[in-house]
Design a protein around this ligand. Structure first.
Ligand code: IMP
Ligand code: MG
Length: 166
């Protein structure tokens, strides 16, 4: 196991992204939806740097391989916020194949938000299957399995303050 991004590097990048998000929305209210479980740490650091009125909840999405290796997504947590007419910012830990975010964003756009943007901590573009537009990316990483800062390997390592390659 070796470190890819230190705690300090992550915090610095979170601050930069937050500044861009603050500049994009100004004083307009923002609805932040974090995708569980991986985004919890990124969300909590990011929202503390945002300056507009924030409404926050989490959405649970788990990917699985169905028959004929067709990827499917199982929603594990719904939220009560009505997205209609809202500025919605989806916060995800990592976009890999893109299948999870493709389905989640399609679901959310059907709820008629005023705007829908995606902020992902990590982008792993090498095995992309679905094109997903990412408005903010923390770091683009090579095709390695990473853990820490919310990301897990069989449920472990989410609590690390840095990002490591396993
Ligand atoms: P997708 O392939 O873009 O649908 O990503 C599905 C999910 O796989 C992500 O939301 C992560 O939870 C998980 N995932 C993908 N790559 C990694 C990794 O390197 N470490 C930990 N989880 C990952
Ligand atoms: Mg995830």
């Amino acid at each position: 196991m070796y470190e890819l991004y230190s705690k300090g590097q992550i915090q610095e990048r979170v601050k930069e992204i937050a500044t861009e998000i603050n500049n994009t929305y100004g004083d307009e209210q923002l609805t932040v939806i974090g995708i569980l479980n991986g985004s919890f740490m990124f969300v909590s650091d990011l929202v503390r740097q945002l300056t507009m009125p924030i409404e926050l909840d989490f959405f649970g999405a788990k990917s699985y391989m169905g028959r004929k290796r067709n990827p499917g997504i199982h929603f594990t947590k719904e939220f009560d916020i009505d997205l209609k007419g809202k500025n919605v910012l989806v916060v995800e830990d990592i976009v890999d194949s893109g299948n999870t975010m493709f389905i989640v964003l399609d679901n959310f756009s059907g709820r008629e938000p005023k705007s829908l943007r995606l902020c992902t901590l990590l982008d792993k573009p090498t095995k992309r299957e679905k094109i997903v537009h990412m408005d903010w990316i923390g770091f683009e990483i090579p095709n390695k399995f990473v853990i820490g800062y919310g990301l897990d390997y069989y449920g472990l390592y989410r609590n690390l303050s840095n990002i490591c390659v396993l």
